[in-house]
Ligand binder design. Structure first.
Ligand code: GRF
Length: 191
């Protein structure tokens, strides 16, 4: 499997999407290999999914560092591990323009809404409050604008009577875990 595309995943928290990406790479025809997991939160629970598989991790708190300075450190780690594509998976930190530019066309994000609706936070609550009939998740190429950039995959779920942000988030998350490995595989096949 030497020709699998080496992917770096950036996380900040529980890492359930990272886990979905890792589970999918167990399949023989998966075109990517997660070779590094980076976190800006030193004790992010999701790091354990990588460690359990012996995958390299880089965890460093960004506190006290300028954004571009921190991103340059992350970039150096990615390059040192010969990473060819980046997947953001719950990475709760804005990226500096230079970092984004350096990975243009090779970096994707998963966002819990049907973009261009509901960029930013609290997407499930906002969709319920708006009275929407459906909600979902989107995978997009990362550009300098938050939750912007060309959409490469989307999945929808219904919003049901009585839904709370938590019940809706859980329904969306099932789709995130299905969609993200497919979208990452699709991206790396084009590189
Ligand atoms: C997901 O809902 C993802 O769409 C959003 O942040 C959440 C991360 O969850 N960007 P996890 O850390 O992957 O479990």
């Amino acid at each position: 499997m030497a020709d699998r595309t080496r992917v770096g995943v950036l996380i900040s928290g529980r890492g359930s999407n990272l886990k979905a990406l890792l589970d999918a790479q167990a399949s023989a025809d998966c075109p990517y290999e997660i070779a590094l997991v980076v976190s800006n939160v030193e004790d992010a629970p999701g790091l354990d999914f990588a460690r359990a598989l012996g995958i390299a991790t880089f965890a460093k708190a960004h506190k006290g560092m300028k954004r571009a300075e921190f991103d340059a450190l992350v970039d150096a780690e990615l390059r040192a591990h010969n990473i060819e594509a980046v997947a953001l998976a719950g990475y709760m930190r804005l990226l500096s323009p230079g970092f984004v530019e350096g990975w243009a066309g090779r970096m994707i994000n998963i966002h819990p809404s049907l973009l261009p609706l509901y960029k930013g936070l609290d997407t499930h609550q906002r969709a319920i409050e708006a009275g929407d009939a459906k909600h979902g998740c989107s995978v997009h190429l990362v550009t300098a604008e938050l939750d912007d950039g060309p959409i490469i995959a989307q999945a929808e779920v219904p919003i049901l009577p009585g839904d709370t942000p938590d019940t809706l988030a859980a329904r969306v998350l099932v789709e995130e875990h299905r969609l993200y490995p497919l979208a990452l595989a699709e991206l790396v096949r084009t590189l």
